[in-house]
Design a protein around this ligand. Structure first.
Ligand code: ITT
Length: 218
């Protein structure tokens, strides 16, 4: 059987690698926006992860005219009233690097004894006509006092996961996927995969013009 194409509306290579690892035993080929050259970018101005995941997925599905998967994620800390939250990617400024974001978070957390935090991942599967399905995962941990580890991306060197006594940056992709916010959301997506494909087919059939039966009926 041929592979099913999954277009992931992301330019984040770390996310892409985690999606690919999760689906490596599935007949799925994952492409990202990095494979499409320059296409318009969705505005990520939502107040919630849900809003932004849906915006990215539905906008890109409309632009490309095919079903699209998008993910919005971020780090939520108790001590900073939820920051960096939906601003996680640009916490230290519009085009901030991971290093700059880490430095800013460490500065803001300086002297805080409450280091509790969690990561959230919301995955949205959208068709060009608008409807979407949503999956969510969370992972609780602590903000470390100093960065540790080389793997992963974003805030991984600062996110300490007590059950494994490691930061996310000290884990392999496989280890991280087994416990992370994204891994949990992806596990749900995988489990529901057949249902999602059926849902997509139904949505695509609904939006076809009523008399457009030429291809299959004759
Ligand atoms: P796309 O919108 O192109 O997918 P992005 O990096 O802008 O990429 P988001 O808007 O979802 O993605 O921002 C998520 C940010 O949250 C990300 O840039 C990291 O800073 C942080 N983040 C999310 N998941 C993470 C993870 O597993 N490990 C470390 N940091 C993470």
């Amino acid at each position: 059987m041929g592979k099913i194409l999954m277009v992931l509306a992301t330019r984040n290579k770390g996310k892409l690698a985690e999606f690919r690892e999760m689906f490596k035993d599935f007949p799925v080929e994952i492409k990202s926006l990095l494979d499409f050259g320059s296409i318009p970018q969705a505005e990520e101005d939502g107040e919630t992860f849900d809003d932004n995941a849906y915006k990215k997925a539905s906008f890109t599905a409309k632009v490309l005219g095919i079903p699209v998967v998008a993910e919005d994620s971020g780090l939520v800390t108790e001590a900073l009233d939820g920051a960096p939250g939906v601003y996680s990617a640009r916490y230290a400024g519009e085009h901030a690097t991971d290093k700059e974001n880490i430095a800013k978070l460490l500065k803001e957390m300086k002297g805080e004894t409450n280091r509790a935090a969690y990561f959230v991942s919301v995955i949205s599967v959208a068709v060009p006509s608008g409807p979407a399905l949503t999956y969510e995962g969370r992972c609780e941990g602590l903000i470390a006092e100093t960065p540790s580890g080389e793997n992963g991306f974003g805030y991984d060197p600062l996110f300490y996961y007590p059950p494994l006594k490691k930061t996310f940056a000290e884990m392999s992709i496989k280890e991280k996927n087994a416990v992370s916010h994204r891994g949990k959301a992806l596990a749900e997506l995988k489990q529901e995969f057949d249902k999602i494909l059926t849902w997509i087919k139904q949505r695509l059939a609904e939006t076809k013009p009523p008399c457009d039966h030429h291809d299959h009926d004759h």
